[in-house]
Design a protein around this ligand. Structure first.
Ligand SMILES: *Cc1c(COP(=O)(O)O)cnc(C)c1O
Length: 324
């Protein structure tokens, strides 16, 4: 943590009121705010930019010339790592799960535009993906390059420091904040928010990227706060995973339409759509109540919508042709 972060994004991001969405969810018109971390600037925007400021800062300090990271084919983190590398004059190698040629839209198209090299790891689990990345780093080193391996999702205690800053922005922007709702994938985003705001004030909606993300949040957050953070004390909802990370569930589809039609805000089917579906469920079961200040943290992901065939088909269904 001794390395200074580099500047990659535009901060603080705005906070906007969402009165029509609030009413649709059963909250009061002044209860709900959206933290626009989809508007972080770099490479199409999204939450990974805050983490990458720290992770790329450390890589630069170590003299790296290549950023290597892992993810699924539609990884927003991989896309933003490629963008960060370009901004800093470094190469990027993305070690992605799956095989080439299935789909080249969404984040993959942007990876190409950003000039990243992609190494396909096949249908492997997380440890297989990590092993493939270690192998790629070894080969790069043998070729004379100086690779820095950025962790899955940019999540580590170092990367989570970017979200401590987001939590500090929120404290200043939304006095009296009761709950910040955020998608929970690899855990670094929630970890930083928990360190800044406290476990009681952050509701993570598990998207199903890890078998159980709560221990990861505990691990990343613990060194960043004097509060005793334990996995058991975290507010985590696990009711939006559905049949898996890549599936478009009914509640998520509904959430995508709701945000778009009430506030003109576009969510993605993997992360932010699940986070809003989780918030809707939290209002229904009383975990989030009217009269309390709630912030929905929009973590980005728009390119992933265009890389998700079911979500695109669902979005298109909403367009009805009228002869006016
Ligand atoms: C990665 C990601 C998240 C989850 O963040 P983690 O720190 O991995 O938990 C949420 N939303 C979007 C759009 C993401 O790309």
């Amino acid at each position: 943590m001794s390395h200074p972060p580099v500047q990659l994004g535009t901060f603080p991001t705005p906070v906007e009121p969402a009165p029509r969405l609030a009413a649709a969810l059963g909250l009061g018109p002044d209860d709900l705010w959206v933290k626009r971390d989809d508007l972080t600037g770099l490479g199409g925007g999204g939450n990974k930019t805050r983490k990458l400021e720290w992770l790329a800062g450390a890589a630069l300090a170590e003299g790296a010339d290549t950023l290597v990271t892992t993810g699924g084919p539609q990884s927003n983190h991989a896309r933003l790592t490629a963008a960060a590398a370009g901004r800093l004059g470094l190469d990027a190698v993305l070690v992605l799960r799956g095989a080439p040629g299935r789909s080249r839209s969404g984040n993959l198209a942007l990876d190409g535009l950003l000039g990243a090299r992609i190494s396909w790891a096949g249908d492997v689990d997380q440890s297989g993906l990590d092993a493939a990345a270690a192998e790629v780093c070894a080969r790069l080193r043998a070729g004379g390059a100086r690779p820095a391996l950025i962790p899955f999702g940019g999540s580590s205690t170092l990367g989570a420091q970017g979200y401590v800053r987001c939590g500090e922005e929120l404290r200043a922007q939304v006095p009296g904040l009761r709950t910040a709702v955020v998608a929970l994938g690899s855990g670094g985003t929630m970890a930083g928010l928990v360190a800044a705001l406290g476990t009681e004030s952050v509701l993570g909606v598990d998207v199903g990227a890890l078998a159980d993300p709560a221990p990861a949040v505990e691990e990343f957050a613990a060194p960043l706060t004097s509060e005793k953070v334990t996995a058991r004390r975290l507010r985590v909802r696990r009711d939006q995973v559905g049949s898996g990370y890549a599936a478009l569930t009914g509640p998520v589809a509904e959430a995508l339409r709701l945000a778009a039609r009430t506030e003109g805000i576009i969510l993605d089917p993997t992360y932010t759509g699940r986070a809003l579906a989780g918030l809707a469920a939290a209002v229904r079961d009383g975990d989030v109540r009217p009269g309390e200040k709630t912030v929905f943290v929009h973590t980005g992901g728009l390119p992933g919508l265009f890389g998700h065939a079911d979500a695109v088909a669902y979005a298109e269904e909403g367009a009805v042709t009228h002869d006016l």
